[in-house]
Design a binder for this molecule. Structure first.
Ligand code: FE
Length: 184
């Protein structure tokens, strides 16, 4: 399943060997970042069907590519204005690239007292971020703007079926969740 054009294909061909070759999550995300930066620096390759917000949901999550062995997955996230995610983790590595609009990323760490926010970063088109367990895996994405935003994410494994967690901001308590996909 690869519905997008040449730039997306070039991205896949660049990152797939790195993903299959490298073992350490920190190395994988560092190796992918320049390629995802290049992909999201131009906004002319993502098909319209993967840019659609879903009015009843805070955000839509469309699978763009997943190899047969599910070694990784590439997803477009489309955020409605003023909407956000819960605080969540991924339980795998991930690299995030901003394609359209501005998203705020809050990062958290779990302490004995509960959740502690360590930073807030605003991501603009072309900007890149990453996550990986165990110490860099908890965050929250907010679209505080009045327009739709789109970001492109790549994860180790199949993020739609990955068992992971949302966090209660008050006490850090976790609840399991599996995100699935919104592809029609
Ligand atoms: Fe996330």
């Amino acid at each position: 399943m690869t519905p997008m054009g040449g730039k997306f294909q070039v991205f896949l061909e660049s990152v797939e060997p790195l993903i299959r070759q490298l073992r350490e999550p920190a190395e994988v995300v560092r190796a992918i970042e320049p390629h995802l930066h290049q992909l999201v620096s131009e906004d002319d390759w993502l098909e319209d069907s993967y840019r659609q917000a879903i009015p009843s949901k805070a955000y839509a999550q469309y699978l763009l590519h997943r190899p047969k062995d599910h070694a990784f997955s590439v997803v477009s996230f489309v955020w409605n204005p003023g909407q956000g995610s819960p605080i969540h983790d991924h339980c795998t590595w991930g690299v995030i690239g901003q394609l359209e609009g501005e998203e705020e990323e809050g990062r958290f760490r779990l302490t004995e007292q509960g959740l502690e926010r360590t930073s807030i970063v605003v991501s603009r088109p072309g900007n890149i971020s990453h996550v990986y367990p165990p110490h860099r895996d908890i965050h929250q994405i907010l679209n505080r703007t009045a327009t739709r935003t789109i970001s492109i994410h790549i994860y180790g494994g199949d993020i739609g079926s990955q068992r992971r967690h949302v966090y209660d901001p008050l006490n850090g308590k976790t609840s399991p969740f599996v995100s699935g996909y919104d592809n029609p």
